[in-house]
Design a protein around this ligand. Sequence first.
Ligand SMILES: CC(C)(COP(=O)(O)OP(=O)(O)OC[C@H]1O[C@@H](n2cnc3c(N)ncnc32)[C@H](O)[C@@H]1OP(=O)(O)O)[C@@H](O)C(=O)NCCC(=O)NCCS
Length: 374
Amino acid sequence: MPVVAKGLEGIIAAETRIGDVRGQEGVLLYCGYDIDELAGKVSFEEVVHLLFHNRLPTTAELAGLTTALRAERELPQGVIDYLRTAPKAARPIDVMRTAVSMLGTYDTGRHDLAMGENLATAIRLVAQIGVVAAYFHRARQGLPLPPVRKDLGEAAHFLYLVTGEEPTAEAAGTLDVAYVLHAEHGFNASTFTARVVASTLSDMYSAISAAIGALKGPLHGGANEGVIHMLEEIGSPDKVDAWVEDALAQKKKIMGIGHRVYKVLDPRAPHLRAMAIKLTEQLGEPKWIQMSERIAQLMREKKNLNANVDFYSATVYHSLGLPTDLFTPIFAISRMAGWTAHVLEQWNDNRIFRPLSEYTGRPYGQKVVPIADR
Ligand SMILES: CC(C)(COP(=O)(O)OP(=O)(O)OC[C@H]1O[C@@H](n2cnc3c(N)ncnc32)[C@H](O)[C@@H]1OP(=O)(O)O)[C@@H](O)C(=O)NCCC(=O)NCCS
């Protein structure tokens, strides 16, 4: 009997040198570096270099990459016009997906396997994706779009565009660590989607807009927005127990809990938890973290399931004053580094993805009955 690996569980679909998710040990590696080693020690820009080139940059290489990223921030006027005129009620993640697709129509360069050109496209996408999200957020509120700046790092620049004010070093540093933690995660659904599209020798923009579509789902990157909606619905720490019991009785999935690969704690969660505790304390709003801690405890006790990356990142972004529907776009901004690195790697040793399926439909030999007799 053929074995059907539902959800491709346990299937090794390709080799990669970029990231490794060790589910039994709760370890995440970027190019051989444990995420615990990277978080807080290197910037997001250094991680971008690591993922693209398989090694951390020297001072000169980092300066080169930083200059290249900052030089590419400007969006084509047509994309700015779209962000200004897109429906104000549209979800930012949908606008982001559409804008990435549009960006592809402004890049009329050759889409072949020439590494140099594709690397330049990858850098451009990392540089522009945050501007897309921030500009739409301002445009939907009827606010002016500040010109891009070249004197701020990726995380600080995003916060600057969203708020129109220069962020504190602490806020920028917090978001930078969150970017580092979200930048790469092996063959997750959106990265695999990007690689499948790239494997047909389609272009980078097509691969990335498809990846954004995959990330948006509540079982993947959409879970961080779901966490805040859940916490808002619960309302206060004393209501958590009854809410969780009811949700489990109804077989609902608790957002931010559980993982396909990690059978122990997601190694990104403790970093985000520490940041969430610090920020909620500073804001004098402990109820968010109190509710989160109780949900995590109950899910460990009742279902032996742990918090994942989205569980605490939701409270971190909320505490930074960011609106809930920008959470998944922020995930996309940081994961752009991993997606584009994987697309480059796919093209470096390409074979089209083409799995099989087990047919369970009607038996062979059906005959067409005339339509009037059906
Ligand atoms: C991440 C996720 C999609 C993994 O899905 P998966 O690999 O198919 O996991 P499974 O559905 O096989 O989980 C095993 C069991 O735990 C349960 N479970 C998993 N996650 C759960 C959750 N968040 N809440 C409640 N129960 C959960 C499943 O219902 C299943 O129970 P059963 O054996 O009684 O049917 C899933 O855990 C989930 O939906 N989590 C919430 C969304 C989320 O946070 N996504 C972000 C991931 S980084």
